[in-house]
Design a protein around this ligand. Structure first.
Ligand code: NAD
Length: 419
């Protein structure tokens, strides 16, 4: 029985590999190159024992996967979530290889994660978990080796602990991690960069689709770092954000939510649910709302063959990693829905992380306008390249994005040699 039929999550690693293989097939990549580019370069699984506040010793499992480093040191976020496992981390590491290559950053791809439920942990426990995890994997980290960043349930504070833990062994090293607080070598604009980038990409894509950003209706799943900033920038760009959600549920107002007001509410209550100026909806209802743009900005695998037939959005902007399964993508393509792939739509964060790393290495600080301007230039150029390739090759945007990235990584591998 197929996994999706049993509603068990589709292996995210299989999904990424299927997307890779589709593009590799089209490019006529040799079997040798395919396995070289598909298989992770290095994987580390570690035990993370933490003395909890009540005196118990809890042992967590943590992972760091470095997928490919042909184009530079590996780069990718660290996720804290109960669903983290080696398959998910592998998939996310691989996506980082293609994301950094697509946008021309001098990096390879990596990802890390700890299987834990941070919503049930105190700040003290989270700090201990972070320090122990970094202590165990620090042997494979470094400013020219592998540079972590934030992802689901990790934030600038967690990045500060990572910097501090690594620096306690190697001397002051802000360039070992990005997404840090401004006081510790963080970059202006980094926190907002993924959400801002989503909006830059939306603006470009709408031009090609003949749609107007002013008044475009937008639904956003996930109201964390990416989703909340995307909501703010989409509203600033003139769009009408009609629904948002988080892990607890969602809210909608067809007339358009007041993002500033509801962000204030969600910061105070730690959820969007219960916002008095909107109607409650479920996460599933949000995904199938009639709208111009749907932005999944939470977890992977949320749009499947089961809910894809009900979706009514014209464009799906994948701010989250891997939100659409391959079968769902087929259904949506038949319906004429444009899907802007994660390795393009969600690339703003790693681009600004690259700026932060550059500033740390050079010990300089850029102004926010410079960060935002350069972010826009890179994302706009990347979108244009993907769009032109998709037209020229008569393929969808995801396959086009993969073909561009695979070509760059394959050339780097070939030139570096394997003797
Ligand atoms: P976050 O932890 O700040 O926020 C996650 C949000 O998703 C929260 O609002 C949470 O309540 C919600 N959520 C969690 N489980 C959910 C569920 N089952 N249904 C609905 N909502 C749910 O994380 P983030 O940094 O905003 O990352 C979100 C996505 O964007 C992830 O897929 C991540 O890999 C991707 N991403 C993040 C960055 C970054 O810079 N942080 C960059 C690129 C891509």
């Amino acid at each position: 029985m197929e996994q999706e039929i049993s509603r068990a999550p589709v292996s995210s690693y299989k999904v990424t590999n299927r997307q890779f293989e589709q593009a590799a097939e089209r490019m006529g990549l040799t079997e040798e190159l395919k396995s070289l580019l598909m298989m992770p370069f290095r994987e580390m699984a570690v035990q993370v024992p933490v003395k909890m506040d009540d005196g118990r010793l809890e042992v967590f499992l943590g992972y760091r996967v470095q997928h490919n480093g042909a184009r530079g040191p590996t780069k990718g976020g660290i996720r804290y979530h109960p669903t983290v496992d080696i398959h998910e981390v592998r998939s996310l590491a691989s996506l980082m290889t293609w994301k950094t290559a697509l946008t021309g950053l001098p990096y390879g791809g990596a990802k890390g994660g700890v299987n834990c439920d941070p919503s049930r942990m105190s700040i003290n426990e989270l700090e201990k978990l972070t320090r122990k995890f970094i202590d165990r994997i620090s042997i494979i980290l470094g400013p020219y080796r592998d540079i972590p960043a934030p992802d689901v349930n990790t934030n600038p504070q967690v990045m500060a602990w990572i910097m501090d833990e690594y620096s306690s062994k190697h001397g002051y090293t802000p360039s070992v991690v990005t997404g840090k607080p401004l006081d510790l070598g963080g970059s202006e604009g980094r926190l907002e960069a993924t959400g801002r980038g989503v909006t830059f990409i939306a603006q470009e894509a709408l031009l090609d689709l003949g749609l107007d950003m002013t008044g475009a209706s937008v639904a956003i799943q996930g109201f964390g770092n990416v989703g909340a900033h995307a909501a703010r920038f989409m509203e600033e760009a003139g769009a009408n954000v009609i629904a948002v959600s988080d892990v607890n549920g969602g809210i909608k107002d067809e007339g358009g939510l007041d993002i500033k007001d509801m962000t204030k509410y969600s910061q105070e209550t730690k959820t969007v649910v219960g916002y008095p100026m909107a109607k409650p909806i479920t996460n599933q209802e949000l995904l199938s709302l009639p709208c111009d743009i749907l932005i999944p900005a939470a977890l992977g695998g949320v749009i499947t063959r089961f809910n894809a037939p009900q979706l009514k959005a014209r464009v799906i902007l994948e701010a989250a990693n891997s939100p659409v399964t391959p079968r769902a993508e087929e259904i949506l393509s038949e319906k004429g829905v444009t899907i802007i792939p994660d390795i393009l739509a969600g690339a703003g964060g790693v681009i600004a992380s690259y700026f932060e790393w550059v500033q740390n290495l050079q010990q300089v600080q850029w102004k926010e306008e410079q960060v935002n301007q350069r972010l826009k230039e890179i994302l706009t150029a990347s979108y244009r390249e993907v769009y032109q390739t998709s037209i020229k090759e008569e393929i969808d945007l995801r396959t086009a994005a993969y073909m561009i990235s695979i070509d760059k990584v394959a050339r780097a591998e070939a030139t570096r040699g394997h003797n």
